[in-house]
Design a protein around this ligand. Structure first.
Ligand code: GLN
Length: 347
């Protein structure tokens, strides 16, 4: 009899605690939902699109001939929340060259292969303050490329990905990893790849200079070719938002639920994006927007709001540093309206 009473008391207590936990979860869920509602996001991206679509500033990249031909009026905004909700406006299905945004995914892969310490020791994590394809940076700042987000650092990062000396196997692994980040199979835009290979003499010089400094960890021509190929992936704004949302969601793709980056490695990736993601303009970007981001000369920018969302904007015309003019304006506007700046204390 006594045992029965004890048992039901125990059960009651367990039930009570269960209800308490459920209640707390529900409250926090409701609050986080209230903080930034789906309607709010839809409204803000629509406003941003409306506000900036007429802007004529900037110029398509032309040092890669394919990029000069892309319609400069294309403009798409995509947000994917860390729990997988999709918000789109404008040209979010158009496939463009991922370009330097690919540096982020290859970095994640190199970290998976060799760990973050190897990246810090052999590449670095400081800003160069110089253009993305600077050779001066390599000559004057030390033999390390300084940061995986500039060309020298990205070519070195591609060289770190395993296996070495096997172009086909390495590419297969990289392609597969990029597919998982996008949550679908993406393809290289052949015409873009050809265009890049025909005009990548400067990057070739960087790869060979790195070799002379012992800062390239595979055949430099394999690293150069695969770096150029990863830049030629065709993605749309939604793909980029999924990639950014994967980083926002501690390395788990919110659409496929697949874990792609160790949660402990995500902050290091976001740190190098915060120091060199927009090259020599990264300081001003962090000053005004306060979000880790990565740009590409194809006109894309993706920004990560840890724990909350990935934002991607595509609009080809660039500023002199190689960052999409409209994408910067749109993300700045969205971050301001939704109070996303990481440096502000949250209430
Ligand atoms: N493929 C381009 C290059 O290496 C990428 C540069 C960029 O997007 N900033 O020059």
């Amino acid at each position: 009899m006594k045992r029965k009473v004890q048992l039901s008391r125990g059960l009651f207590l367990k039930g009570f605690i269960g209800v308490l936990i459920l209640g707390a979860l529900l409250v926090s869920f409701t609050f986080s939902k209230d903080e930034i509602s789906a309607e709010n996001i839809d409204q803000v991206i629509k406003e941003a699109h409306e506000k900036f679509k007429g802007i004529k500033e900037g110029k398509n990249a032309d040092y890669i001939p394919y990029l000069a031909k892309v319609d400069p009026n294309l403009f798409g905004i995509a947000i994917i929340t860390a729990d997988g909700h999709v918000h789109l406006v404008g040209d979010t299905k158009y496939e463009f060259g991922i370009e330097s945004i690919s540096k982020v995914m290859t970095l994640a892969l190199a970290m998976q292969d060799r760990g973050p310490q190897v990246i810090k020791d052999s590449i670095g994590a400081n800003a160069t303050g110089l253009p993305f394809n600077s050779i001066t940076a390599l000559e004057t700042l030390g033999k390390e490329p300084q940061n995986p987000m500039v060309n020298a650092g990205a070519i070195a990062t591609t060289s770190i990905v395993l296996p070495k000396n096997n172009k086909a196997e390495k590419w297969k692994k990289m392609h597969n990893y990029f597919n998982k980040f996008a949550g679908r199979e993406i393809k290289v835009i052949d015409e873009l790849f050809k265009s890049e290979m025909e005009t990548n003499q400067r990057n070739k010089s960087i790869a060979i200079l790195l070799q002379s400094y012992n800062r390239i960890f595979d055949d430099p021509m394999i690293a150069l070719e695969l770096y150029t190929k990863q830049c030629s992936f065709g993605v749309n704004a939604m793909d980029l938002a999924v990639m950014a949302a994967t980083l926002a969601n501690s390395g788990v793709n919110p659409m496929t639920r697949e874990k792609l980056v160790e949660a402990k490695d995500v902050p290091e990736i976001l740190a190098v994006m915060s120091t060199a993601g927009l090259y020599e303009n990264t300081g001003e970007w962090m000053y005004t927007v306060g979000l880790p981001a990565k740009s590409g000369v194809g006109g894309g920018i993706m920004a990560v709001v840890p724990g909350k969302m990935g934002i991607a904007v595509f609009a080809p015309p660039l500023d002199p540093a190689g960052n999409s003019v409209k994408a910067q304006k749109a993300i700045e506007f969205i971050a301001d309206k939704l109070s996303l700046n990481l440096f502000s204390a949250k209430k």
